[in-house]
Design a protein around this ligand. Structure first.
Ligand code: CS2
Length: 486
C-alpha cells in the first residue's frame, strides 16, 4: 500500500501529518527544482502555515528528469520527512506539494501554471549552475547552450531563466501582474543574481520585455538545512516505520534556518509563523552562512574524499580535521564577516561543528564535492580575496582550494578515476591529467577565468600557496596533510 491522502489515517499515531484539509489546497507557488533540499526546507516551512491559508500550495517542477513526479504524483504529493540527529528521530508527512510537473515532458503545462494569476511566487532551488551565469562575475553566460537554445525557442524553454521570462511575458500580455521571484540557492545576493540573469535574457529577447522583467520583485534569501540524498535503505526503513510505502522520503537534521527579504508585492504565506526571519537586507546572513558553513563543507568534502572518508561525519573524525575546520572558521573566515549586532558568532560556529558531526546523517563527501567550479567562488575565493586585501593569512582556505584541484583533476590517491560531477569536469580533466607537477596543475586551474577571475590568477603569493598545498597533498596524501596542519 502506498502513502497517499487515502492512507494518511493508517499511519502510526507518532507520525505527524498535515493539520489541514489536503484536498482543499490550491497552488499559489510554483517551485522550480523540486529536489530533496526544497522538500526539507521551503516545503516544510510552508506546510506549517497552510492551515492558516490553503491558497499557498506548491506546484513542484523538475527541470530535468521525471523521477520526482513519478515518485510523488501517485502519493498525492505527500512524502515523509525524517528529522534526525544523535539523540533521536521524528517522522512527519509533508503535504504542501500539491502538483508535480516535469518540464521537458510538457513545458507548456509549466508555463500555464506560472502564467496563472493564482501563482504569486515562483521559487527556485536549481543549484548554482542552474543560473546559467558566470560564477566569477554573476552575469548571464550568453553562450550557455541552454541560453542559446531558449533565445531561439522562447516558447519551449529548457532553463529556469527561459521559463521565468516566457511566463512573465505571457503575464504581461494578459495584464496579470508579475509573480515574485524567490531564489533559494546558495549564492550571495541570490535575488540580485537571479534578477540580473532574467533581465539580461529578457533584454536579449526584446528591450521592452527587458523593462518589464527589470521591475519584478526578487528578494534575496539565506537558506540552511543539511539534506543528504535519500538512499535505498532510508526508503525501506521509513516505509517500514510508517507502515505504507513512500517512494521518496527525505532525511534531514533538526536545524533549519531561512532568512528572507520581505518584498512580496502579491503577498506570501505567513512564513514568520513557522520561524522564518524577515529582514531588510539578507547579505550579511548569506555571507556568514556561505563562508562558514558551505566553505567548511567544501573543504571537508575535498580533503575528506581524498583521505577516504565517505561522509562528512567520517571526515570530521579524521585526525586533525576538526581542528583544521575550526581554525579555518575562527582565524580565516570570521574576521572577514561584517558585524551582526546581537548575533553570537561563536555559538553559531560551535553549532556548525556539531551539525557536521551529526552521526545520524550519511551526507556523502562526494555529494558536496559536486559542481566545485560553481561553488568555490562564493565559498572560499571571496574570503581569500578579502584576506589578501587585508594582508592576512589564508593557508587553510587555500588548502581547501588545492584539495578541490586535487579532486577535480579526476584521479584519486590510489590512481583510480574519480566520478567528478561538474560542468567543467571534462575541460579540467583534459587540461590537467596530462600534467604532473603541482606548479603546472595550479597554473592550468588558475587560467579558468570564470572561477578565479583575473585578479586571483595573477596573484603570485596566492599561486605559491596553492602550489605548496597541492604539492603536499600529492606527495603526502590528504590524511597526512590534515594531521600535520592541526
Ligand atoms: C552543501 C550544501 O552540497 C553542498 O554543497 O554544502 O548543500 C549544504 O548542505 C547546505 O547549504 C546546508 O544549508
Amino acid at each position: 500500500m502506498r502513502l497517499s491522502r487515502q492512507t494518511l489515517d493508517r499511519l502510526p499515531a507518532t507520525v505527524k501529518r498535515p493539520e489541514y484539509d489536503h484536498a482543499r489546497l490550491a497552488v499559489g507557488i510554483v517551485h522550480l527544482g523540486i529536489g530533496a533540499f526544497h522538500r526539507a526546507h521551503q516545503a516544510a516551512f510552508t506546510d506549517a502555515v497552510l492551515a492558516q491559508d490553503p491558497a499557498w500550495g506548491i506546484c513542484g517542477v523538475s527541470l530535468r528528469s521525471p523521477e520526482t513526479r513519478d515518485a510523488l504524483a501517485p502519493q498525492d504529493g505527500l512524502y515523509t520527512l525524517r528529522v534526525q540527529d544523535g539523540e533521536g528521530e521524528e517522522l512527519q508527512v509533508i503535504g504542501s506539494v500539491v502538483e508535480l510537473l516535469c518540464a521537458p515532458e510538457n513545458p507548456e503545462a509549466v508555463l500555464d501554471r506560472m502564467a496563472d494569476p493564482a501563482t504569486r511566487i515562483v521559487s527556485l532551488t536549481i543549484t548554482e549552475k542552474g543560473y546559467c551565469h558566470n560564477p566569477a562575475t554573476g552575469r548571464l553566460d550568453e553562450n550557455h547552450p541552454d541560453v542559446v537554445h531558449d533565445l531561439r525557442n522562447p516558447a519551449r524553454p529548457k532553463s529556469a531563466v527561459g521559463f521565468i521570462v516566457e511566463a512573465l511575458a505571457r503575464r504581461a500580455a494578459a495584464g496579470v501582474p508579475p509573480f515574485t521571484l524567490l531564489s533559494c540557492d546558495n549564492l550571495p545576493s541570490n535575488g540580485h543574481v537571479l534578477k540580473n540573469v532574467v533581465t539580461r535574457f529578457a533584454e536579449l529577447r526584446d528591450p521592452a520585455l527587458g523593462r518589464v522583467v527589470g521591475q519584478v520583485a526578487s528578494p534575496s534569501t539565506m537558506v540552511d538545512r543539511i539534506v543528504p540524498a535519500t538512499t535505498e535503505s532510508d526508503r525501506s526503513e521509513i516505509s517500514a516505520a510508517i507502515g505504507v510505502d513512500d517512494a521518496w522520503p527525505i532525511v534531514t537534521e533538526p536545524f533549519r534556518q531561512w532568512v528572507v527579504e520581505d518584498d512580496f508585492p502579491l503577498g506570501r504565506p505567513a512564513w514568520e509563523n513557522a520561524g522564518v526571519v524577515f529582514v531588510d537586507d539578507v547579505a550579511v546572513f548569506e555571507m556568514m552562512k556561505l563562508r562558514l558553513l558551505n566553505g567548511s563543507h567544501s573543504t571537508l568534502a575535498y580533503l575528506g574524499y581524498l583521505a577516504g572518508a565517505e561522509t562528512v561525519a567520517e571526515a570530521m573524525a579524521l585526525p586533525g580535521m576538526e581542528a583544521l575546520v575550526e581554525g579555518l572558521m575562527i582565524e580565516e573566515v570570521s574576521p572577514t564577516l561584517p558585524a551582526l549586532p546581537g548575533f553570537d558568532l561563536a555559538a553559531y560556529r560551535r553549532a556548525l561543528l556539531q551539525r557536521f558531526r551529526n552521526p545520524a546523517l550519511r551526507h556523502r563527501t562526494w555529494q558536496i564535492a559536486m559542481d566545485g567550479s560553481q561553488k568555490l567562488p562564493q565559498r572560499l575565493l571571496g574570503t581569500i580575496r578579502e584576506r589578501i586585501a587585508t594582508k592576512s593569512s589564508y593557508d587553510r582556505l587555500a588548502l581547501g582550494v588545492a584539495a578541490w584541484m586535487r579532486y577535480a583533476r579526476g584521479i584519486d590517491e590510489k590512481g583510480n578515476p574519480i566520478d567528478v560531477r561538474d560542468p567543467l569536469a571534462a575541460r579540467i580533466a583534459g587540461m590537467t591529467q596530462p600534467l604532473h607537477r603541482a606548479e603546472e596543475i595550479v597554473g592550468a586551474f588558475l587560467g579558468i577565468a570564470e572561477v578565479f577571475g583575473d585578479d586571483l590568477s595573477s596573484d603570485q603569493a596566492f599561486r605559491d600557496t596553492l602550489v605548496r598545498s597541492l604539492a603536499a597533498l600529492m606527495s603526502e596524501g590528504a590524511a597526512t596533510v590534515v594531521k600535520s596542519r592541526a
